[in-house]
Write a protein that binds this ligand. Structure first.
Ligand SMILES: NC(=O)c1ccc[n+]([C@@H]2O[C@H](COP(=O)([O-])OP(=O)(O)OC[C@H]3O[C@@H](n4cnc5c(N)ncnc54)[C@H](OP(=O)(O)O)[C@@H]3O)[C@@H](O)[C@H]2O)c1
Length: 284
């Protein structure tokens, strides 16, 4: 299949490029300086000249605190930018995958969220991504909305590496215990997106590594598996972690729709092990 990928130098964009190329697809991978999705004319020209059958759109402004500071800019990029992509795709007959987030939910339901639960974004980033979901769905009937959570990728800036670096440096570790979601490995997410689009079943999906956990337990698991079993860590609450954006407190995602077409990711603990193994960090 002829495929165009946006935001291709990002964490998920790189994984999508590797996975779809390895599966034999004809991939055009474009970074922001080659395709800025906020510029509709340029986006349309790029997509028209590439004539893709499928556009994978993981591009986003992912700085959640930046989005809180500049909510209109967030909506212009993550919301209207995604609509530009979906519209340019529909003009050449291409389907589109829009990658979204668990932060479209407010995390106050006291249970994990299904694909059909009603979004109520708790912050500007989540709101901008919800606008992107709507913009994509409204203009391109051949859409996959793929919500995911807490991505970690080899080689990029990520939570696990930050924790391990701090442990290595002997810094004292304080990690939030009352924020819950699904840690998800970009390689697994990219594989599952490839399987999903091969199914041809358009719709809204929650593609995450199986299971959810707190940030504290996520960090503890990664430290233990990397051999830092004796490293102490203090549990704190989100109220003690002063930041501009308000994260949803309990925001695990259930993959019901993907599983129904045979697309399911492994448990997050196995994914963390795979991530550590790939970087030579898994303790024997
Ligand atoms: N990270 C997470 O924990 C997480 C969780 C759930 C869902 N998601 C979603 O998953 C997707 C991928 O996330 P990620 O962590 O891989 O993000 P990332 O590493 O920050 O990559 C995003 C990419 O999008 C590009 N971009 C920004 N503005 C753009 C624009 N106007 N036009 C075209 N490209 C633009 C960025 O380019 P520059 O670097 O040059 O700005 C970057 O290469 C995003 O849609 C995000 O909302 C992420």
């Amino acid at each position: 299949m002829r495929i165009l990928i946006t935001g291709a130098s990002g964490r998920l964009g790189s994984a999508l490029n590797a996975v779809f190329s390895a599966r034999g697809h004809d991939v055009t991978a474009l970074s922001r300086d080659q395709l800025d999705m906020t510029d509709f004319a340029a986006t349309r020209a790029r997509i028209t000249s590439a004539q893709p059958e499928l556009v994978l759109n993981p591009a986003a402004w992912t700085d959640v605190d930046g989005c809180a500071r500049e909510p209109e800019r967030a909506t212009r990029i993550n919301g209207f930018g995604a609509q530009n992509i979906a519209l340019a795709a529909v003009e050449v007959g291409a389907a589109v995958v829009y990658v979204s987030t668990n932060e479209v939910f407010d995390g106050r339901l006291n249970r994990a969220y299904y694909e059909y639960d009603v979004p109520n974004p708790p912050n500007a980033y989540g709101y901008s991504k919800w606008v992107g979901e709507q913009g994509t769905m409204q203009v391109n009937p051949k859409h996959y909305i793929v919500r995911s959570a807490w991505l970690f990728a080899n080689g990029g800036k990520n939570f696990i590496q930050t924790i391990l670096n701090a442990a290595q440096a002997g810094d004292s570790l304080r990690v939030v215990a009352n924020e819950v979601a699904n840690p998800t490995y970009t390689n697994d997410l990219a594989d599952s997106i490839a399987e999903l689009v091969e199914s041809g079943r358009y719709g809204t999906y929650h593609l995450v590594n199986e299971g959810w956990t707190s940030r504290y337990d996520f960090a503890r698991y990664a430290l233990d598996r990397a051999g830092f079993t004796g490293t102490p860590m203090e549990k704190i609450s989100t109220f003690e972690w002063n930041r501009l954006s308000t994260p949803p407190p309990y925001c695990g995602l259930v993959n019901l729709a993907g599983a129904s077409v045979g697309v399911k990711l492994r448990p997050w603990q196995e994914a963390v092990d795979a991530f550590l193994r790939a970087d030579g960090l898994l303790a024997s």
